[in-house]
Design a binder for this molecule. Sequence first.
Ligand code: ZN
Length: 164
Amino acid sequence: MDTIDDLFGKNEAIAASLAPRHLSVEPSGGLAIVTCMDSRLDVFAALGLGDGEAHVLRNAGGVITDDVIRSLAISQRLLGTREVMLIHHTDCGMLKLTDDGFRAELQADTGVSPAFAIESFTDLDADVRQSVLRVRRSEFLPHRDAVRGFVYDVDTHRLREVEA
Ligand SMILES: [Zn+2]
C-alpha cells in the first residue's frame, strides 16, 4: 500500500471520530503564514494554532514568489488577514543547492532551462530579511505594517525572530 492509500484510510477513521463543525472561511487570527514545505515543521503544532485561525502558504524555502503574493493579496483583500508571519528554518534544503547548479541539472536532464527562479539561499537570516522586504514592498497588499520574519529550529522546535 502506498502512502496516499494509507492516509486516505486514516482519514476515514479520523473523520468518524470528530464532530462536524463549520468554521468561517476568514481566519480568526487575522494572520497569514508563509513557510517552507519542510516535513519536520508542523506549523499548527509549533505555534499552538488551531483550525480556522491562519492561512498557511508553503513552498520550497518559504520564498516570496509572485504566486505567494497572489495568495497574500487574496488573503488580505478578500479574507480579512492583516498580519504576515514568515518562517524559514534550520537545515533547509534550499541551503543545499545553488541556483546555477540546479538550473544546469534541470537543463541537462530535460533539455529545457526553466523559466522560474530557483531562489536558493546561503544565509538564513539575510533571506528572511529579503522576504520581509518583498512583502513590505508589494503594492498589491493593503496591510504591510505587521510583517515579521522568524527562523524555526527543526531540532529544538524553537522559533527565533529575525530583526528586519
Ligand atoms: Zn526548507
